[in-house]
Design a protein around this ligand. Structure first.
Ligand code: SF4
Ligand code: SF4
Length: 369
């Protein structure tokens, strides 16, 4: 007996697939499945989080609908995966709200924070908000650096704590001692697999779309998004080090490292999320969980808006538009941080943790990488 109907269905499918094994070369799900004869709830959640929903095992399957076995692994694992995100959410009360209204919640929060900063600055001194400010420290005329660091540091810390609690719940659910997460070989192997999106290629042919012609576009847009995010994070880290270690204040000239990293990352975060949204609309509805659109779309849209407002700020920071643009950008970034543990961002974290376990299991079984 399993905790939910979808886990019952996932168990049924994995039992069928374990007898068939036709798809064992497609991704990590099938080799991980073959290491088991029975499946606990935690095992099925682990397999669900290894799956990239590429669709290859659906189009290749001789038992997919209309066959009476009704085997649809991508959709079943997609629903189980989304259920697992909700089950691991901390605090739990936010999961349902966000799954249904993720995009609305994110945008309302972003606009509220932007309006608060905008209103606060306008109330204090309209000249500060609509004046032209250039050179180091000009951003902090709108909001003092310490206030900015405290607000965004707290939001970031909240996101880290909520994500860590989620990982702890996932790791417990799959029945592993938390210490195994620290195995350097598994961590490194999982990092390489995640960095290459190794299993997001349907066994080499790409992801399946509505027309059943596989291609690599989903993987490419994922790469733009992932590396864009890493570059933007690196830009913020370098800027923080500049501020505290060598007392250099933002904004920096266009050739300086934080701006170069942020611009490259920003371009990635415009192309990647826009491409992922476009690909999402082309996907075969039989392959995806259409009930969780709010959660899926919210994070992608917020990444895109973070980049769009950041690039607009870079372009017009020496004009009177700087104040309103900075307020808007800060509102979007704040909302992105706060909603990160409740949106699609978590899929990257849980998939990485699942890959760590997969690498560890492969090593224990004496398999290569
Ligand atoms: S998805 Fe279909 S073809 Fe692939 S292993 Fe399962 S039953 Fe076999
Ligand atoms: S949809 Fe793709 S990643 Fe998921 S189980 Fe099937 S082949 Fe593997």
């Amino acid at each position: 007996m399993h905790g939910t109907r979808i886990l019952e269905e996932a168990d049924r499918l994995m039992t069928v697939c374990n007898s068939c094994r036709y798809c064992e070369g497609l991704c990590a799900v099938f080799p991980a499945m073959e290491m088991r004869r029975s499946f606990s709830d935690g095992d099925l959640n682990y397999l669900a989080n290894l799956c990239h929903s590429c669709g290859a095992c659906y189009t290749d399957c001789q038992f997919s609908p209309p066959h009476e076995f009704n085997v649809n692994v991508p959709k079943t694992l997609a629903i189980a995966r989304a259920d697992s995100y909700a089950a691991y959410t901390w605090p739990r009360v936010f999961s349902g709200v966000f799954a249904r209204n993720g995009l609305v919640v994110s945008i309302v929060l972003a606009l509220s924070v932007a309006a608060f900063i905008f209103g606060f600055a306008a109330f204090n001194d309209r000249q500060v908000l609509f004046g032209v400010h250039t050179g180091p420290g000009s951003f902090y005329k709108l909001m003092p650096h310490n206030a900015m660091a405290a607000l965004f540091g707290a939001a970031f810390l909240y996101a880290i704590v909520a994500l860590a609690m989620g990982v702890r719940a996932f790791w417990r659910d799959i029945g592993e001692p938390i210490g195994t997460l620290a195995g350097p070989n598994s961590l490194w192997q999982a990092m390489k697999d995640a960095g290459q999106l190794r299993y997001l290629d349907g066994g080499g042919v790409g992801c399946v779309n509505e027309d059943e012609r596989p291609n690599d576009r989903r993987k490419i847009y994922h790469h733009f998004t992932f590396y864009g995010f890493i570059l933007c994070f690196a830009s913020t880290t370098v800027a923080t080090l500049y501020h505290y270690l060598i007392a250099r204040e933002a904004p920096y000239p266009w050739w300086d490292l934080p701006v170069v990293l942020g611009t490259l990352g920003g371009i990635g975060l415009l192309i990647g999320p826009a491409g992922l949204l476009a690909e999402r609309w082309k996907r075969d509805p039989d392959l995806v969980d259409q009930t969780r659109t709010g959660m899926d779309v919210a994070f992608i849209v917020m990444l895109f808006l973070t980049s769009l407002t950041g690039m607009a700020l870079l372009l017009w920071r020496d004009t009177a538009a700087m104040g309103p643009l900075l307020a808007l950008h800060l509102g979007v970034v704040f909302s992105l941080f706060i909603t990160m543990p409740y949106g699609k961002f978590v899929h990257g974290i849980y998939r990485y943790v699942a890959l760590v376990r997969y690498a560890r299991e492969r090593q224990m079984m004496g398999h290569g990488t």
